[in-house]
Structure formats: C-alpha cells, structure tokens
Design a protein around this ligand. Structure first.
Ligand code: TXA
Ligand code: MG
Length: 340
C-alpha cells in the first residue's frame, strides 16, 4: 500500500473532496460526513436520490459519542462483538450530523470498518467519513478498484486502490435507535450472530426481498432497484434438480428465440448447463466465495452483453439471506418457483 497516497486522500476528504477507498465489504465513495456540501457531491457522482442516507465511518468508540444522541446497552454489546467489522448501526443523531448526510432523517448510520486502508484513511481525514458503495446508483457494488473506475472515472478526486475486497457484500445494518434491534439489511453478520449477543433481534421484512417493490422498508436504500445488471434477470428457486431442469428449459427457449443467455451457476452445478455465457459464482460448500464473487459476476454479464440471465438460488447457506437479498433485487423481484 502507498501510505503517502492515503495521507493525501485524507487531506482531500478534509478539504471537501471525494475519495473512493476499499473496505472489507465493498469499495466506498467517501466525503466529509459533517460537511453537507461534500456529501452533496457524493449524491451527484452516484446519481443517488437525495432521500437515501449515507453511512458515517469511524475508527473508535470515542468518535461515535458526538454522532449518536444515545448509545443503548445492546448497541455497546454489538460494537464490542463485531466492531471493527462489517456491521452498521442506526442511532438517533445529534445536531452535529447534518440532515444532508442522513437523507433528512433524525437517525444516523455508523460503521467502524476493519480494513486497514479504510481505517488509515479515516484517521488521516480526522472526520467521520460518509461513504455509500462507490457504484453508480442502481449498478452492482464495486468489489475491485476497476469496478470503481468503470463507474466513477472523472467524477471523483481520487481512487485509493487496495486490491479486491474480502467479503464482497455490504455490511449488515441493524437499527438500534428504538425498541428491539432490527436488521434492515442482511450481511456477513447474521441474525444468529446478533441474537447470541443481544438475546433478541427482529428482521425488517423488506430486507428479505419478499416484499412488493412499492413497500416502505426502513432503510430507504432498500426500496430502489439495485445491484442490477443491464439484462433481464430471473431467479429459479426450489430443490436443486428442479432448478437446473427449469434453467435448462429456459436456456433452450432463449436459444430458439435468438436471445443471448447467461447462467449463474456454481462449482457443483456448472456441468449441468450449456449456455452462451456461464458464470460460476463460487462453491455451495463455501458460501463466502459466492458472496465474494456476486457483484463481479453481475458486472461481467454487462460486458458479455447478454439479453437475459438465469440464476440459481442460494437460500440454504449461512450467508444465504444476504446473498438472496442482493440477487432478488438485481432480478427486480423476478423469481420462478420450481416444483418438485
Ligand atoms: O458495507 C457497507 O455498508 C458499505 C461500505 C462502503 O461501508 N456501504 C454501503 O452504503 O453499503 P450504501 O449507501 O450503499 O448503503 C447504505 C444503506 C442504504 O440502504 C441506506 O438507505 C441505509 O443504509 N441507511 C443509511 N442511513 C440510514 C438511516 N439513518 N436509517 C435507515 N437506513 C439507513
Ligand atoms: Mg449501495
């Protein structure tokens, strides 16, 4: 790592500029989180709706105190267990946090990342760093510097290249601002892991992707079509053999109709399909590989210029709900249930 570049990036952030940087989840697009004008540049660069709030990134619990009006005991326990790491918590905000970064809400999302480059950058900036994923709004999140360059070239002041990220899916978001801790977006930190710490946890139904697209999820960002490749995508859900049979049928139909089709398959199932474009997303035996490759695979289909994408589903692994949440959105809720 070029640590001098990180210092320089910190200076750019302090002075109101935009810097893309790696975290352990996905690449973030950072700005000074206490400066409304800097945050406004994030919305412009991403083409993001201004009612969609940003996450503030910090490096220590001391930095949380001026941002959160209240830190409930359950939040302290969760921070103790999972920070630094891929977890974001929603708190009631203090007046220090401008509404321009919270999409007009009275709450603020805060995360303490573990990636050494992200941590060094936040320290160098000396301010909480507001950072959404560094993709154009609606596109798959970036897991490599090349993805960021694809979307953000010419729109940002600096891109800090830290290689590929580790996890590949955005952080778990937990609302701790009132009542029972509630998962607004599933991620690497699972419901079971949270329950072990707090004893109680709820899940915002919208986070499971089973809600109608016009419902009102608590995380405003969850209502938009997201993570989407350009081609129409369909998810096939059900028992393995029924899924692969249905996908083979869909491939045959696409061929007849002269449409260029792509398939999302796994190490375990790749031999089952014959398709113009086949993307192996990882191994079912190692769900973390599926999480890691998901966005890269979705972007690859854009380059291959397919007309339609057929995907297997992944409900059954420990990262299953996080993976399916992203896939279902990428597919715009187009799901085919496959019978026995
Ligand atoms: O892993 C991550 O969380 C990455 C890295 C860069 O840290 N960041 C990320 O940010 O995924 P973004 O902006 O792409 O997604 C943030 C999500 C959005 O769905 C947004 O609506 C929600 O968090 N959010 C932010 N502040 C909120 C708040 N005060 N209340 C409810 N939801 C909030
Ligand atoms: Mg995002």
């Amino acid at each position: 790592m070029d640590w001098e570049a990180v210092e320089e990036a910190g200076r750019i952030l302090r002075e109101g500029g935009l810097v893309a940087f790696p975290t352990e989840t996905v690449y973030g697009l950072g700005a000074n989180g206490l400066d409304e004008q800097a945050a406004a540049k994030i919305y412009a660069a991403k083409g993001r709706p201004s009612d969609n709030p940003l996450i503030l990134h910090i490096t220590s619990m001391e930095e949380l105190v001026p941002l959160a009006a209240e830190i409930p005991p359950e939040a302290r326990a969760l921070a103790e267990a999972f920070w630094p790491g891929p977890m974001t918590m929603i708190f009631k905000k203090t007046p220090l946090v401008p509404r321009g970064t919270t999409g007009g809400l009275d709450t603020v999302a805060v995360r303490m990342p573990s990636h050494p480059v992200a941590r060094a950058l936040i320290r160098a900036a000396g301010v909480p760093v507001a950072a959404p994923s560094a993709n154009t709004s609606g596109r798959p999140s970036p897991t490599k510097a090349a993805h960021v360059a694809e979307d953000m070239d010419g729109r940002i002041d600096m891109l800090v290249d830290g290689g590929e990220v580790g996890i590949g899916l955005e952080s778990t978001i937990i609302d701790v601002s009132e009542g029972v801790p509630t998962i607004l977006r599933p991620g690497y930190i699972t419901m079971e892991m949270i329950r072990r710490v707090t004893g109680r946890v709820e899940v915002d139904p919208a986070s499971l992707g089973q809600m109608s697209p016009d419902a009102h999820p608590k995380a405003p960002g969850m209502k938009y079509r997201h993570y989407a490749p350009r081609a129409e995508m369909t998810i096939y859900r059900g028992a393995g053999p029924a899924v692969s049979a249905a996908i083979r049928k869909a491939l045959a139909r696409a061929k007849e109709e002269g449409r260029r089709a792509g398939v999302i398959c796994t190490e375990e199932t790749r031999e089952l399909y014959e398709a113009p474009v086949k993307e192996c997303i990882g191994s079912r035996a190692k769900p973390e590989t599926i999480a890691h490759n998901l966005y890269d695979v979705l972007r690859a289909f854009d380059e291959e210029q397919v007309d339609c994408i057929f995907s297997e589903s992944f409900d059954d692994s420990f990262l299953g709900s996080a993976i399916m949440n992203r896939l279902v959105k990428a597919a715009g809720h187009r799901i085919v249930e496959c019978g026995e």
